[in-house]
Write a protein that binds this ligand. Structure first.
Ligand code: NAD
Length: 490
């Protein structure tokens, strides 16, 4: 099937495509070419209200009555539909985000796997009896939290839609998903596929729009029981504030400034080559990008040389070309921000040994960039650049590596490269991050909890822990008569 880029995309509410009542229709352009891509609607407050009502009606109606086995079957059917439409979805994602097909193809399949994995967890939703003495029968029930607002950023639209929707639906919740206004297309197609496979109307609603308007209205909506957010730490704090007064359940997956720590006993080719993959994948626009390359002092110069070599070897270009490894950034405005960080690095004494200037020509391209002579306190070593820029920082020994690794407000992931597995395990206990990988540049798989320490957020994605955040536990107690129900005899 050809990619329907000429299409107009509406909202998706109550099982069907809907015109915005008080939102607007915008022209989207391809980040890699600047050419028009599609017309897409954004949701206004009245549209969000309609979506929340649809989600409430579904959980109190058809979806609330759907037995667990049927929920499981429907999630598998949605996974099958994603796989069947994978080519269309990957191309649509690439055109919308500017990311290489080499990235979007597996990300579409990860979305499908998320539904399969969460379908497999449905059997684990169970209460239990809690013995408290013979005179009272006590047991627990697991119930869906209710209507969930889920907010995702622009960097992994379909994959994160899968990460969010799958556990919520597995738990029996209904969802109003808000993608970024700039990248709504694959989430809208996913909602259409959900309807096609028979997931009841109102279970999956998609309302693209801007954060401070559409997003804030959705988060604050009294009909929403839980908010699950992925995005920047600044927005995460704002969402926590919005959830505080009504005491809404909230989970936050936020930013990162993750280290790859290379010891002198590591396989340097593998360590630096894999780290290059870990930072330049998605042009560095990943929360878990290994954007700090920490190198033991004795091998620092070799690591810098290799990092520059690897950066120069990345195949950058048309993201629809199947050979391309790195496409464009999301927009020219974002590219200017990334370049601003590189300039700030230069100003603080960093040496640019690869890349460092925006590419000429159409599209928001920026080359793989390596900054050497960076120290831990500098801006480029502390702030999330969210572009294809790695800062190489020297360290003296294990203690120093741990100190530098932890010397940021984030704690999402970390990687240790070493020939000594025991060292890897020692560091796993000392580095404050939600994931630590040893001699492996990635660590997000269905079933493995993914999420942050510190200001990288709280809550976990993709695992049994995630499912539990969409469930309430209710204690039920019944008097069997042996204990007085009225101890004061009133
Ligand atoms: P962002 O915080 O600006 O926006 C994320 C989403 O929140 C968007 O849909 C946006 O419209 C919405 N939003 C913004 N303000 C809002 C408000 N006041 N109320 C409700 N919604 C609001 O982030 P971004 O720049 O689009 O995304 C990049 C960030 O996301 C990076 O910091 C990255 O590390 C993080 N991220 C984290 C993970 C993770 O799993 N930890 C995954 C991907 C991206």
């Amino acid at each position: 099937m050809a990619v329907a880029t000429e299409r107009e995309y509406g909202l998706f509410i109550d099982g069907e495509t809907a015109e915005p009542a008080d939102g607007e229709v915008r022209e989207l352009a391809e980040p890699a070419t600047g050419k028009p891509l599609a017309k897409a609607a954004t949701a206004g407050p009245a549209d969000v209200d309609r979506a929340v009502v649809a989600a409430r009606t579904a959980i109190e109606g058809a979806w609330g009555k759907t037995p667990p086995n049927e929920r499981s079957r429907l999630l598998h059917a949605l996974a099958d539909a994603i796989v069947a439409n994978r080519k269309e979805l990957a191309e649509l994602e690439t055109r919308n985000v500017g990311k290489a097909l080499l990235s979007t193809k597996p990300e579409v399949l990860v979305a499908a796997e998320s539904f399969r994995y969460m379908a497999s967890t449905i059997g684990s939703i169970e209460g239990g009896t809690r013995p408290i003495g013979g005179s009272i029968l006590s047991y627990t029930l697991k119930e869906p939290v209710g209507v969930c607002a889920q907010i995702v950023p622009w960097n992994y639209p379909i994959m994160l839609a899968g990460w969010k929707l799958a556990p919520a639906l597995a738990a029996g919740c209904t969802v109003v998903l808000k993608p970024d206004a700039a990248t709504p297309l694959t989430a809208l197609r996913l909602a259409e596929l959900a309807a096609e496979v028979g997931i009841p109307a109102g279970v999956v609603n998609v309302v693209p729009g801007d954060g401070p308007t559409t997003g804030a209205h959705l988060v604050s909506h009294p009909g929403v029981d839980k908010v699950s957010f992925t995005g920047s730490t600044a927005t995460g704090s704002e969402i926590m504030r919005l959830c505080a007064d009504p005491v809404k359940r909230v989970s936050l997956e936020l930013g990162g400034k993750s280290p790859a720590i290379v010891f002198a006993d590591a396989d340097l080719e593998d360590a630096v080559g894999s780290t290059a993959y870990g930072i330049y994948y998605a042009a560095g626009q990943s929360c878990d990008a290994r954007s700090r390359l920490l190198a033991e002092r004795s091998i620092y110069d070799d690591v810098v040389r290799l990092a520059a070599e690897k950066a120069g070897a990345v195949r950058v270009g048309d993201p629809l070309d199947p050979e391309t490894q790195m496409g464009s950034l999301i927009s020219e405005a974002h590219r200017a921000k990334v370049h601003g960080y590189v300039e700030a690095g230069r100003g603080e004494g960093a040496e640019v040994v690869a890349g460092g200037e925006p590419a000429a020509g159409d599209g928001a391209f920026y080359p793989p960039t390596v900054l050497a002579e960076v120290e831990s306190g500098q801006t480029v070593a502390r702030e999330e650049i969210f572009g294809p820029v790695v800062a190489v920082i020297p360290f003296e020994d294990e203690d120093d590596a741990v100190r530098i690794a932890n010397d940021v407000r984030y704690g999402l992931v970390a990687t240790v490269w070493t020939g000594d597995p025991a060292r890897g395990h020692r560091l796993a206990r000392r580095i404050k991050s939600g994931t630590l990988t040893i001699n492996l540049p990635y660590g997000a798989f269905p079933g493995v909890p993914f999420g942050g320490y510190k200001q990288s957020g709280f809550g976990r994605e993709q695992a049994l822990e995630t499912l539990q955040t969409y469930l309430e536990t209710k204690a039920v107690l019944l008097s069997t008569g042996a204990r007085p129900s009225n101890p004061w005899g009133l």
